[in-house]
Design a protein around this ligand. Structure first.
Ligand code: GAR
Length: 204
């Protein structure tokens, strides 16, 4: 069966959405392993309670990216669990060389804005501060530049006058939980072709 690996640093609601869609039968994939750079990540608890292998792998001394030696361990762990597609789900570190060499074109991410707007951290807050009327979320392939890779799917969320950063993020997440499992399904069923920056989707 097509095997994915999920990397998560936080509460793991996207991981939970993926698990839920596997249970409904919508998604015919196996989660080979969940890895976190944060030993307290609730995502690890979710994985353990579902009997999915869950690993904390130390990130090393840097705050924003994995130490090259540690990055090797992440790759090794993903390979050991026969992972074919790496899904970043709130993984808050930049991925570098070691990872790209091993999983070129096979790493995806969910980002809480309509890219290319609002790359980086707290994109929902950036959207409120900028004053846009619509934002949303994006599933994209991961490249070495942050939040720039070819876009697989996007969903739009209106920004309401009385939105707080939290209320907006909550509504964005409702859409993340729909498009992330859908993107994984499309890729796992070979219905996605990348041509330069454009991602073609062929549905049965
Ligand atoms: C999600 O909103 C995801 O889009 C965001 O972190 C959250 C993780 O939530 N990712 C980024 O900001 C990456 N730049 P979760 O732990 O509940 O899945």
């Amino acid at each position: 069966m097509f095997t994915i690996g999920v990397l998560a640093s936080g509460k793991g609601s996207n991981l939970q959405a993926i698990i839920d869609q596997i249970k409904t039968g919508f998604l015919n994939v196996k989660i080979g392993v969940v890895i976190s750079d944060n030993p307290q990540a609730y995502a690890l608890e979710i994985a353990r309670s579902e009997k999915i292998p869950a690993e904390y792998i130390e990130p090393g001394k840097h705050k924003t990216f994995l130490d090259p030696n540690q990055e090797k361990k992440y790759v090794q762990c993903l390979k050991e669990h026969h992972v074919e597609l790496v899904c970043l789900a709130g993984f808050m570190r930049v991925i570098k060389k070691e990872f790209f060499n091993a999983y070129q074109g096979r790493i995806i991410n969910i980002h809480p804005s309509l890219l290319p707007a609002f790359r980086g951290l707290e994109a929902w807050k950036q959207a409120i501060d900028y004053g846009v009327k619509f934002t949303g979320c994006t599933v994209h392939f991961v490249e070495e530049d942050i939040d720039t890779g070819p876009i697989v799917l996007q969903a739009v969320v209106p920004v309401l006058s009385d939105d707080s950063p939290e209320s907006l993020h909550k509504r964005i997440q409702e859409k993340e939980h729909i498009i992330y499992p859908l993107a994984i399904k499309l890729i796992s069923e070979n219905n996605v072709v990348v041509e330069g920056r454009r991602v073609m989707i062929y549905e049965d």
